[in-house]
Design a protein around this ligand. Structure first.
Ligand SMILES: Cc1ncc(C[n+]2csc(CCOP(=O)(O)OP(=O)(O)O)c2C)c(N)n1
Ligand SMILES: [Mg+2]
Length: 406
């Protein structure tokens, strides 16, 4: 396999302070990095198709991919990036409270998302905007929670795409339980759980691995190793490459180039097929990079070197497929021009939809906490009602008119 190590080559500025830990720790990290294993890659960063015996096992899963399919994957990635950029801008304009950007992870998400079948079930984290796109969830529905006007914004069963989950790693347990149910039903659907490199340290993920292995659950664990868990680098999560963890649980793990949409599509199809065939769980580690901040509340310049991001920009997933499309004469200028217009239209639609979202009922936050009500929730509701009423009193008395209830 022609393999290009996507490990960052430059030392991390932050590692110095945190790994103040000293020489021994740095030496261990360096040793581990220099021994980075091979990853499945079907498109080089220059957009050249990789064909050799070693990746043939996976390549056969994309042997039927047509130029039209490739253009479709490109369109998915471009529109997802456009949507993501719009959401970041909307947060900066005060229209969203927070946004978790997927910048750089488009190939991992579109490749894996397009590998799923309609009847499969997806359990995302909070960053799977590209997977949501593949599942047919309207992008504007992803924004309500980040605006604070709802707790989710879509019907999970409408597209078999669970609500975003912020409690790190917990969705892997939900996915495992769901997959065990699918197996009991005798269905040949599969389940895919997304999580990050940081989440891999959570007990929930370890328990999911154990349960899914022992019960042979039809689940794919898709770990996007974007190198960082907020400010913690991956070397603070593990001493072995993440995909190798699967071995200890008794199921296969594979590292795929997470910036290569074709490889992600192929490897995820392979893993989903294993699940459908009753061969149990698979761990896919998509080796990628979070080019933006963790969220709009984060400032990555505080803990990582600019050179690291620059090294990964050269492996940009969208640019890589564009180079391949152009070199193969699969596109012409009109394709890119039309896509540009479509991107702008999407951006406009998203802006307008967010600004038009109605504020929720102020007391809705107290609903659906417990099925049968709870004394503490009742008390909190009453306190909040009294607080709101205090504004009304001021306004009624003519004092501070207009401030009530905001
Ligand atoms: C159980 C739990 N612990 C801590 C947090 C705070 N937190 C939010 S995101 C995050 C880092 C997650 O990193 P990773 O799993 O690598 O995903 P990424 O954000 O990089 O995609 C943490 C610690 C949380 N949401 N849930
Ligand atoms: Mg991460």
């Amino acid at each position: 396999m022609t393999v290009e190590s996507t490990a960052a080559h430059k030392p991390r500025r932050s590692a110095g302070s945190k790994a103040g830990a000293g020489g021994t720790e740095r030496a261990r990290t360096t040793a581990r990095k220099s021994a980075e294993p091979e990853l499945v890659q079907l498109l080089t960063p220059e957009g050249k198709r990789v064909k050799n015996a070693k990746n043939a096992e996976y390549a056969k899963y994309v042997s039927g991919v047509t130029p039209e399919d490739l253009r479709g994957l490109y369109r998915d990635m471009v529109l997802t990036r456009r949507f993501d950029a719009e959401a970041t801008a909307l947060q900066r304009q005060g229209e969203l409270g927070l946004w978790a950007s997927l910048l750089g992870q488009e190939a991992a998400q579109i490749g894996s998302g397009r590998a799923t079948r309609e009847d499969d079930y997806v359990f995302p984290t909070y960053r799977e905007h590209g997977v949501a796109w593949c599942r047919g969830v309207d992008p504007t529905n992803l924004l309500g929670m980040f605006r604070g006007v709802n707790n989710g914004g879509w019907d999970p069963n409408g597209n078999n795409f669970h609500l975003y989950t912020i409690v790190i790693g917990s969705q892997t347990l939900h996915a495992t339980g769901y997959a065990m149910g699918v197996a009991k039903d005798g269905a040949d659907s599969a389940v895919i759980a997304y999580f990050g490199d940081g989440a891999s340290s959570q007990g929930d993920v370890a328990e999911s691995f154990t349960f899914s292995a022992v019960y042979n659950a039809p689940v794919v664990f898709f770990c996007q190793n974007n190198q960082w868990a907020i400010s913690e680098p991956t070397e603070k999560q593990t001493r072995v490459p993440l995909y190798q963890r699967a071995q200890g649980y008794g199921f296969p793990g594979v590292r795929v180039d997470g910036n290569d949409v074709l490889a992600c599509l192929a490897v995820t199809r392979w893993a989903l097929e294993r699940a459908r065939n009753g061969e149990g769980p698979t761990l896919v580690e998509a080796y990628t990079y979070r080019m933006g901040a963790h969220t709009t509340s984060d400032d990555p310049t505080k803990y990582r070197a600019d050179e690291e991001r620059e090294a990964w920009e050269a492996k940009d997933p969208i640019l890589r497929l564009r180079r391949h499309l152009e070199a193969s004469n699969h596109t012409d200028e009109s394709f890119f021009a039309e896509l540009e217009a479509e991107s702008e239209a999407l951006g406009r639609r998203v802006r307008e939809a967010v600004r038009a979202m109605p504020d929720p009922d102020r007391f809705a936050i107290f609903e659906n906490v417990y099925a049968d009500g709870h004394a503490l929730v009742d008390e909190e509701r009453a306190q909040f009602a009294a607080y709101q009423a205090s504004f009304a009193t001021e306004s009624e008395s003519g004092f501070a008119a207009g401030t009530g209830g905001n």
